[in-house]
Design a protein around this ligand. Structure first.
Ligand code: MN
Length: 307
């Protein structure tokens, strides 16, 4: 005998959605560009392995901010560059020089160490910069870079978009993932969209245009909605019949991730070692083919003057 399973499941789903939290991002400056940082947020460092989300963009279209980020190092993370407007040139210490345009994906995996620079080739410039923390199994590996000219399209009821990482519906991204995760850019039409989500994932919804309702919360650009694990169908509804957003998800990252400056590690000693290798120009981070000025690391606050 099987009883009705629908009502308890729905109840459970609604209870989970009641746990959705809305957070406002904070403004910061990166390479002279005003950005809104929506992750990390207060008391919350990661969503899946996603550990950093910056919305980059000119607020003033008449005087676009330049994007000029000189050579700087990374360890223990992958950077995702996703443009909404304009063009940028990525160069890195693997010798890569790659122009990126809207709809294309740059994925740079730092592993043990890489250095790169970014230059707006065509302003005005608007985009998203995301970091993914690498797991223990790959974070000491050699660095790598991928450029994806085209990404798979996903078509859902009342929404369509591109899958940057992982799988959504029928569409799977060819981009490398070191942990189970999802990244998608969705344009919402009028009506309610239900995303088929993995119940083992936690999610973040990052509005890019328009206001969007997720469970009991409404968020707009500059905000993020955090969705707990256990949700198998994530309802999204645009407030005014249209909108665009990023959905980021993944299995919660076990262990303690330490982030400082451009480094993701597990403890201070690893970060100190990376700081010194960059300062002392050891061959760990290589040389970037860029005319931009190299960015020095600030001294970690836990080091003494002689550090
Ligand atoms: Mn960087």
């Amino acid at each position: 005998m099987s009883g009705p399973i629908q009502p308890p499941d729905l109840e459970c789903q609604n209870e989970l959605l009641a746990g959705v939290e809305a957070r406002e991002g904070r403004t910061a400056s990166v390479g002279g560009l005003d950005v809104v940082r929506v992750l990390p947020t207060k008391g919350r460092r990661t969503v899946g392995a996603w550990c950093f989300v910056d919305l980059l963009g000119p607020a003033d279209a008449d005087e676009p901010d330049p994007l000029e980020v000189g050579p700087h190092p990374h360890i223990g993370l992958a950077t995702v560059t996703w443009l909404l407007e304009g063009e940028a040139l990525h160069s890195d210490s693997l010798g890569t020089e790659q122009v990126i345009r809207p709809g294309q994906l740059n994925l740079m995996t730092a592993g043990h160490g890489i250095a790169h620079a970014e230059l707006a080739a065509q302003p005005p410039f608007r985009g998203v910069q995301l970091w993914i923390a690498q797991p223990e199994g790959t974070r000491h590996d050699a660095p790598a870079f991928e450029h994806h000219e085209e990404l798979p399209e996903v078509e859902l009821d009342h929404a369509a978009g591109q899958v940057l990482a992982g799988t959504l519906g029928e569409a799977s991204s060819p981009a490398r993932t070191d942990t189970p995760l999802l990244g998608a850019d969705l344009t919402l039409r009028r009506g309610r969209t239900v995303l088929p989500t993995d119940r083992t994932f936690e999610h973040a919804v990052v509005p890019l245009e328009g206001r969007v309702k997720i469970g009991p919360e409404v968020v707009e650009p500059g905000w993020v909605a955090l969705v707990p694990t256990g949700v198998t169908d994530l309802p999204l509804e645009s407030e005014h019949g249209g909108g665009r957003l990023l959905v980021l998800g993944g299995e919660p990252l076990g262990g303690s991730v330490q982030m400082w400056w451009n480094f993701v590690a597990r403890d201070r000693d690893e970060i100190t070692a990376a700081y010194r290798d960059w300062r002392d120009r050891t061959d760990r981070f290589g040389t970037v083919p860029s005319q931009l000025e190299r960015i020095d690391a600030p001294r970690p606050p836990w080091l003494r003057e002689t550090g």
